[in-house]
Structures are given as structure tokens and as C-alpha cells.
Design a protein around this ligand. Structure first.
Ligand code: GAR
Length: 197
């Protein structure tokens, strides 16, 4: 059977991207490209692994960026697009082409604490537990249907960095498990909902 093509989107250090790269053999899929919105450390991981890197910088007009992202992804022909630490909202043109085939990982228990500062917001709210969510992407900000979640306790003395590092440890195994299930057809998106076989 043909191995599926995974394209990962990232904006930071890329530790989640690296988890997917390391897991490729067990996923039955290949990470064929990394798409970033700026020069970021994740690119070094891709280059060391021989994975192509595509930089699509944000433009003044978001629609132009969206169409450049769409053209980049169309050319890469992915079966699945994985937003793993990508700090941009996916645009309508990309969604139109890839709806149901884009997943995102987010460092909070959605629907709590959506947006770019999830860990900080959870700490500020004084919650005793937070976590991570992997979900299919829809037109909203972190609103798509949730596939899997991990719960992480907030411990005394936690700051944003220490809590985020514990969340990311859980995220790395969760994103690999979810991608494996989606590639295997055990989890899919249907009309705004998650269907699990
Ligand atoms: C992860 O915690 C991911 O959930 C988060 O960025 C981190 C990336 O870590 N994404 C968001 O906050 C998106 N709203 P990494 O750069 O080490 O892979």
C-alpha cells in the first residue's frame, strides 16, 4: 500500500514535529515537508532529516498568505496536514481544499483557553488541571472537533515554561498516536464531527 504523505506546519522549536519525524516508520506515513511562516529552529530538524522546508511568510493581506499557503500545500499533495506548534490561523482557501485532513495540537483542554497563550491563560485562571488537545481544524480558532485530550496537573511553583514543557511531553506522544489512527483510517472527520471506528 502507498504510504501516506504528511505535511507539518510549525512556528517554533519543532519538538512535536521531531516526534512525528522520529515516528515515521511506525506511522505508515512519510513526513514529506515542513511548512513554516518564518525562519524558525524547527527548520534545523527538517534539514537534518532530509525533509524539504517551505517558508511562507505572513503578508499584510491575509488572503494573499492564504493563497500562497494553498499553492504550497497543493504542490506538496499531502494526505494529512498537521499543525504542530503553528501559530497562525488556517485560512479559508486552505480549509476549502483540505477540510477534514488538517489536525492541530493545542496546549490546553479545549474548549478552555483557545488562542496563542493557552498555558499562560490557564495559569492566570488558577486551574488545578490543564492539558493538551488534538483536534480537526475548522474555520474557528481552536474550535474544531476534538479527537484526543491529555490531562496535566498544575503543580505548586509551576510557571508558564515548566507547565508548558510537561504539556508538550504529553502532546508529543498524543500527536503521534492520533496521526497513526488517522492514517490507519481508525479516526476520520465527517461533517464537522469525529468518527472513530
Ligand atoms: C505546542 O505546545 C503546541 O501545542 C503549541 O505550540 C507548542 C509547540 O511546541 N501550539 C499552540 O500554542 C498553537 N495555538 P514545539 O515548537 O516544541 O513543537
Amino acid at each position: 500500500m502507498t504510504r501516506q504523505r504528511l505535511v507539518v506546519l510549525a512556528s517554533g522549536t519543532g519538538s512535536l514535529f521531531n516526534a512525528l519525524v522520529q515516528a515515521q516508520d511506525s506511522l505508515g506515513a512519510d513526513v514529506v515537508a515542513l511548512v513554516v511562516d518564518a525562519p524558525v529552529p524547527a527548520m534545523d530538524i527538517a534539514q537534518a532529516a532530509g525533509i524539504s522546508v517551505h517558508v511562507v511568510p505572513m503578508t499584510t493581506d491575509r488572503n494573499v498568505w492564504d493563497s500562497q499557503m494553498r499553492a504550497t500545500l497543493d504542490a506538496l499533495d499531502p494526505d494529512l496536514v498537521i499543525s504542530a506548534g503553528f501559530m497562525r490561523v488556517i485560512g479559508a482557501q486552505v480549509l476549502e481544499a483540505f477540510e477534514g485532513r488538517i489536525i492541530n495540537t493545542h496546549p490546553a483542554l479545549l474548549p478552555l483557553f483557545p488562542g496563542a497563550h493557552a498555558v499562560r491563560d490557564a495559569l492566570a485562571a488558577g486551574v488545578k488541571v490543564t492539558g493538551a488537545s488534538v483536534h480537526f481544524v475548522d474555520a474557528g480558532v481552536d474550535t474544531g472537533p476534538v479527537i484526543s485530550q491529555s490531562v496535566i496537573s498544575v503543580v505548586p511553583g509551576d510557571d508558564e515554561n515548566s507547565l508548558h514543557e510537561r504539556i508538550k511531553t504529553a502532546e508529543r506522544s498524543m500527536i503521534v498516536d492520533v496521526v497513526r489512527d488517522v492514517v490507519a483510517g481508525k479516526v476520520r472527520y465527517d461533517d464537522g464531527k469525529v468518527v472513530t471506528l
